[in-house]
Design a protein around this ligand. Structure first.
Ligand code: SF4
Length: 109
């Protein structure tokens, strides 16, 4: 008799489904952490370099408004108080809340 009877196939399907349900949350944590780290804009990124992006705004030599920060830029969608958040100019990649680049535009009050 074959080992691939409908009963065996059903048991195998149930085992695989159960294993997937158990493993899914761990996979998300592992992949989520990696994706977050990879999503930070670096100063050496070609577009960041072209825009003079600095994670520490005080290090940006073209910045003339000392109050200008990513956190008060219209392109920034991070939550208040968080260290970094998404920037529309960098296609949603994360920038430092205390950063700055030449595309800075004051957020409307
Ligand atoms: S566009 Fe605004 S939020 Fe984005 S990096 Fe430049 S200053 Fe920061």
């Amino acid at each position: 008799m074959s080992s691939h009877t409908p009963d065996n196939n059903r048991r195998r399907f149930i085992k695989l489904t159960a294993a997937s349900l158990v493993a899914a949350p761990f996979a998300e944590v592992l992949l989520g952490g990696t994706a977050l780290a990879a999503d930070m804009v670096t100063e050496t990124d070609p577009m960041a370099a072209a825009l003079g992006y600095k994670a520490d705004a005080t290090k940006a030599d073209k910045r003339t408004d000392t109050t200008a920060l990513c956190s008060n830029c219209t392109h920034y969608t991070g939550k208040p108080g968080e260290a970094n958040g998404p920037c529309a100019i960098f296609q949603g990649k994360l920038v430092s809340a205390n950063g700055w680049c030449s595309a800075w535009l004051k957020k409307a009050a």
